[in-house]
Ligand binder design. Structure first.
Ligand code: CU
Length: 139
């Protein structure tokens, strides 16, 4: 009994420190998306790797809307998608409907924003709470 409560607190503590910025703005129960790479403000070559992370929901291939699951979307030089709205599918809105968590991007030199938007299996956005934007400079 005692051991399990210690383990439980340890896990909670680990969760706090790992969750970090993702949960900071909305409290303990909230997750969020983030870029494992590149980091905000990074200077990257024309072709670079993007790694997408999520906590609080799980990644699932597109097809049907299952609560608590979805897939990543990468928006180049654009904004988060309003909650419930479908994420467009075009050159600057990339869907990772197979459940991918990393990709390689090729961008023109200069400053760009990368926005990570999580959406359900029907590509309907989970809104601002599941969106993260970073700035990169392409060499
Ligand atoms: Cu999608």
């Amino acid at each position: 009994m005692k051991v399990s409560s210690i383990v439980c607190s340890a896990l909670l503590l680990a969760g706090f420190s790992l969750g970090g910025s993702a949960i900071a703005h909305e409290g303990v129960s909230h997750g969020g998306v983030s870029f494992a790479e590149p980091h905000d403000g990074a200077v990257v070559p024309a072709e670079f790797k993007v790694e997408m992370k999520i906590s609080g929901m799980s990644v699932q291939p597109a097809g049907e809307a299952i609560e608590g699951t979805g897939h990543h979307h990468l928006i180049i030089d654009g904004d988060c998608i309003a909650e419930g709205a479908a994420v467009p599918k075009d050159e600057t809105h990339k869907h990772f409907g197979k459940g991918q968590t990393e990709t390689t991007l090729t961008l023109a030199p200069g400053e760009h924003t990368l926005t990570l938007q999580f959406a359900n299996g029907l590509h309907q956005s989970y809104g601002n709470d599941w969106c993260e934007t970073i700035h990169v400079t392409v060499e």
